[in-house]
Design a protein around this ligand. Structure first.
Ligand code: ARG
Length: 582
């Protein structure tokens, strides 16, 4: 069914037309002065300009016409011509009763086909806090877009094809030279398991990477292996497959804990098969130049204020760059899915990389101008010192450590009666919910400070507060059901304490649109808190179950049900699990 505010805006538009004025769009604004009105219409001023009239006069004409409808109370004009509008309890209750039957407000934007690229974990490397942000924000954007009826394909885009793999393989070769993978004369079948753990792999990468920084020869060897791997040379390629498998298992385990999932588990390596075609195509368009043995493409344009470096297509040693893999991935996505937009949820620090790749895609015609390539960058999670969040001893904060940290903090406040396996399970759900909420609360592109005490405050703007409150609504509803109390219809709004909850609920649709527009979940996270808070102030001063007026009691219970359902839906969009108990 149509959103209440949308209905009201349309009605007001026809009222204004009836008054003899032409308007394109009428928008109602939530009023910050609830004593004057619930909503405001501020269009009288621009009408006054267009019609050379006094805004106050126009506002009064509109109000007079509005009086003929039975939907408003307390209409008044403030200042030069602001119209304050309040809705009658009757139309509000009618709307929510109808909504209870229809369940969802209509989404009135056209559906679009989107590929969304987020997560971006790297094989054989430990996931860190930056990967949390990409996965968490990306997952929520995907869920929101789906909720808004977009046709969305999510792709994790594994980092599985670059130098880090060459380094890890080299390190393995040095430690285990006897492995068949390194025996050039080996002719048989390679084993289908490899006797190493993910933990071991993650230890190897930093060792190899440090060696490469100090030892030119070692670095060269790693480069050669990377190139051989990219040429799918047997042995290396077979070992690589094992590494990818071991690593992906661990990545999936972490994503599962975080309620994050993907339609596609493609990696940089999957785009590799398209690289020759892409290079050929670019050459045919005359866009490729040679520079010191490397192939590059100029992506600068005349309007650039600062120099735009050329895009490196193929390095002088023959290996393929990160840019080319992304370009080939776009090529693949266009061919396979023909999306209307491709979204990237990646660290702000990769903005230039995507600028180059996008320019190359448009300039070459790989992507036509009507397809949108969009980079949705995110800020850094910092420590209290304002620098990227580190462990206590200054090391990289891994995702695993981070999850354990929030879990431990959660355990401190967790009810003692929850024990054993359940305690473990619930603390994981609440801990990750707390972490995810804190990470979605600031605007996507801004940096924020990780503050575990603040994030886990039971009475603060936190995930745990929301989960706790939502479960309390659930148990109130269960109690009513256990007592066979009917929860069917709203018939009474008692006073401002419950009325303000209805008014908050009316804001939901516009919040969803705003969030989708900004590709940031901060609006939804904030709204969820406000709605919950409004409900909690009502709840703390109201004895619902024991209310003697049964109509009022039923109205309150339906209201509780609506808030509960709204919270559940929004938590689900944020990708936050609701535990069974706290
Ligand atoms: N693996 C990359 C990293 O850790 C992120 C990948 C982002 N997505 C992309 N299509 N380049 O930095």
């Amino acid at each position: 069914m149509k959103d209440f505010i949308k209905q009201q805006e349309e009605q007001l538009k026809s009222i204004i037309t009836e008054c003899g004025y032409e308007v394109n769009e009428v928008s109602l604004v939530v009023s910050s002065r609830k004593d004057l009105g619930q909503y405001q219409y501020n269009g009288a001023m621009s009408l006054a300009k267009a019609y050379h009239k006094n805004p106050n006069e126009i506002a009064n004409e509109i109000i007079n016409k509005m009086q003929e409808y039975k939907d408003y109370t307390n209409l008044n004009v403030a200042g030069p011509g602001f119209i304050n509008i309040s809705f009658t309890d009757e139309i509000i209750t009618n709307y929510f009763n109808a909504l209870q039957e229809n369940k969802k407000v209509d989404i009135d934007i056209p559906s679009k086909k989107i590929v969304i690229d987020y997560g971006g974990p790297n094989v054989a490397k430990t996931l860190h806090v930056g990967h949390l942000r990409s996965a968490n924000i990306g997952e929520a954007i995907k869920r929101l877009a789906k909720y808004m009826n977009y046709d969305v394909i999510s792709d994790v885009h594994l980092g599985d094809w670059g130098r880090p793999l060459g380094l890890v393989i080299l390190e393995l070769k040095n430690i285990h030279p006897e492995w068949v993978y390194f025996d050039e004369s080996f002719k048989g079948e390679y084993p289908d398991t490899c006797p190493i753990t993910n933990e071991y792999l993650e230890k190897l990468y930093p060792i190899a990477s440090n060696k490469a920084k100090e030892d030119e020869e070692y670095l060269n060897e790693a480069r050669i292996i990377t190139t051989k791997l990219q040429q799918k040379e047997k042995g290396y390629y077979d070992l690589w497959k094992q590494i990818v498998k071991i690593s992906t298992d661990e990545i999936k385990r972490l994503y599962d804990i975080l309620n994050i999932s993907f339609d596609l588990w493609e990696g940089e390596s999957d785009a590799d098969q398209y690289v020759p075609e892409v290079i050929e195509y670019l050459k045919s368009k005359g866009l490729v130049q040679e520079s010191n043995g490397a192939l590059i493409m100029d992506v600068s344009n005349l309007e650039d204020n600062s120099p735009m470096p050329p895009l490196l297509l193929v390095k002088s040693n023959g290996s393929v760059s990160y840019e080319t893999t992304d370009l080939a991935t776009i090529w693949e996505r266009m061919k396979k899915f023909n999306p209307e937009e491709i979204w990237y949820v990646v660290d702000n620090r990769q903005a230039l990389h995507f600028e180059q790749v996008f320019r190359a895609a448009y300039k070459s015609g790989i992507v036509p101008n009507n397809v949108k390539l969009e980079f949705f960058g995110f800020g850094t999670m910092n420590g209290k010192d304002g620098k990227p969040f580190k462990t206590r001893d200054g090391g990289v904060m891994t995702l695993n450590t981070l999850i354990n940290l929030v879990k431990e903090e959660t355990l401190k406040n967790l009810n003692e009666s929850i024990k054993g396996e359940e305690r473990e399970e619930i603390s994981t759900i609440i801990g990750t919910g707390t972490l995810k909420y804190a990470d979605l609360l600031p605007y996507r592109a801004t940096d924020y400070i990780f503050d575990i005490e603040k994030f886990s405050d039971l009475n603060g703007k936190t995930g745990v507060y929301l989960l706790y409150s939502t479960l309390r609504m659930k148990s109130l509803l269960e109690k009513a059901k256990a007592n066979n109390i009917k929860i069917d219809k709203i018939s009474i709004i008692n006073n401002d304490s419950d009325r303000s909850i209805y008014l908050k609920l009316l804001e939901e649709t516009s919040v969803l649109y705003k969030s989708l527009n900004n590709k940031s979940l901060n609006e939804i996270a904030e709204y969820l808190y406000q709605l919950t808070n409004t409900y909690n102030s009502f709840y703390s001063s109201t004895r619902v179950i024991t209310e003697e007026n049964t109509d009022l009691r039923e109205s309150w219970l339906v209201l509780t049900e609506i808030v509960y359902e709204t919270n559940k839906t929004l938590l689900e969009i944020l990708g936050i699990y609701l535990p069974n108990k706290i």
